[in-house]
Design a protein around this ligand. Structure first.
Ligand code: ADP
Ligand code: MG
Length: 393
């Protein structure tokens, strides 16, 4: 029998981690999780390894139960972040996921790829055209706009140009001049986008740009889930795309998935708590420790408040949102968990909780004083791992 504590610590590897920059993130995760891999140089593509992990596997010796279930693990780099996979089953499908997500990025979401659907929509809409979208892209835009509306604009899929102005992940980021923030902000606003369901069309006001990058990793989880649904050889999986994690199916021994939450004040790879989740779900974390720079002693992080164009200051240091594989939003659990974690971070704990209630989703809010607020549906599921934090209320 393994004790729970061992399981928690071992599976803390499925942490929704992030770090200051993608390359640092890659190094941090790689160092924490796959210490045997070669060192991480800036911009290096993460190495790939596959193999069986006896400790995480079922450990059963019975011929007719988990004996045919192997564990396959891999680490890769995709969508500017680390992709970490553990797949339980009779066939190693880890090699399929990275190409699937690279295709998603290249053909659909990337604003850098001139031929991607997102880039095409933007350039044609700038010319005043009404553009017909693919079915899946239409749904992603529709759900994003729904979230923008329900969050009162705290999540805004037209914020891309402001993100690029701040350039927080760039070489030498500095606080942009107020006049430039004002100018870019004047074109930000989800109300500038109109979609039409019947023909799946979109049109936008001049100078507005649509950017689904903020929910890209969540969409990636949805895409991987859809792929795994068709794979009979797979009985369970945990797929982490940066700060968004998909748990799918079940573990060979039937125990819950453990998803650890990064300690916002701690080293990369140190955890303040853990969620025990059954079955399929999507979990995303947004935190101010993920990507930031400092200027004049002040920290400027990557989650922007569309109300004033500056990094949001809602008193939170991270928000984790869990979306189940059920209900009205089942097909978009990844997208929503990703977008909701960003929206809740901007809104702060009280309004963030109200937003989660509107969607019937659950979350863990951590404030800068290390108070932790857990929504009702997660009270049995979440446990603290660090004595520095306290459950509020
Ligand atoms: P990431 O998706 O980069 O891992 P988050 O899920 O925390 O990180 O989302 C933050 C990202 O979303 C930023 O990098 C930025 O591009 C974008 N973003 C920042 N603020 C907002 C906002 N208020 N609404 C929508 N997108 C945002
Ligand atoms: Mg995101």
């Amino acid at each position: 029998m393994r004790n729970d504590d061992t399981i928690n610590r071992k599976e803390a590897r499925f942490s929704p981690l992030g770090k200051k920059a993608a390359s640092v993130l890659a190094c941090g995760l790689m160092a924490a999780l796959f210490a045997f891999l070669p060192g991480c140089g800036a911009g290096q593509t993460a190495g790939r390894s596959t193999g069986q992990d006896a400790q995480v596997g079922g450990g059963s010796t019975s011929a007719d139960d988990a004996a045919a279930v192997d564990t396959f693990s891999a680490t890769d780099f995709v969508m500017d972040t680390v992709l970490q996979e553990t797949i339980y089953g009779s066939k190693d499908l880890t090699g399929d996921i990275q190409p699937l997500l690279e295709k998603l990025e290249k053909e659909k979401l990337s604003w850098r790829e001139a031929d991607s659907e997102a880039a095409q929509i933007n350039s044609r809409c700038q010319n005043g055209e009404t553009v017909t979208m693919s079915e899946d892209f239409y749904r992603w835009v529709e759900v994003s706009l729904d979230l923008a509306e329900k969050s009162g604009g705290a999540f805004d899929p037209t914020i891309g140009n402001l993100t690029r102005l701040w350039n927080i992940e760039g070489e030498n980021p500095v606080v942009p001049p107020q006049a430039e923030i004002d100018e870019v902000l004047s074109h930000v606003g989800y109300e500038n986008i109109s979609v039409e369901e019947k023909d799946k069309t979109i049109s936008m006001a001049a100078d507005c740009t649509l950017d689904l990058g903020a929910v890209g990793k969540g969409i990636a989880c949805d895409v991987v889930r859809d792929y795994l649904r068709g794979q009979e050889e797979v009985s369970g999986a945990v797929i982490a795309v940066g700060g968004s994690i998909l748990t799918w199916g079940s573990k060979p021994d039937g125990s819950d998935w453990s998803v650890a939450i990064q300690d916002p004040e701690g080293e990369d790879g140190s955890y303040m708590g853990v969620l025990q989740l059954a079955g399929t779900a999507c979990v995303s974390t947004s935190g101010d420790y993920e990507k930031y720079f400092e200027q004049d002693g002040k920290r400027y992080h990557h989650i922007l408040d569309p109300a004033d164009g500056y990094p949001s200051e809602s008193g939170l240091s991270s928000v984790t949102v869990v979306c189940p594989d059920a209900g009205e939003w089942k097909e978009y659990a990844g997208l929503l968990s990703d977008g909701l974690s960003t929206a809740c971070f901007v809104l702060g704990e009280e309004r963030g909780r109200e937003l989660l209630e509107q969607y019937g989703m659950e979350g863990v809010f951590i404030d800068k004083e290390k108070n932790v607020t857990v929504t009702d549906g997660l009270t049995e599921t979440f446990s603290l791992l660090s004595g520095e934090y306290r459950i509020a209320g």
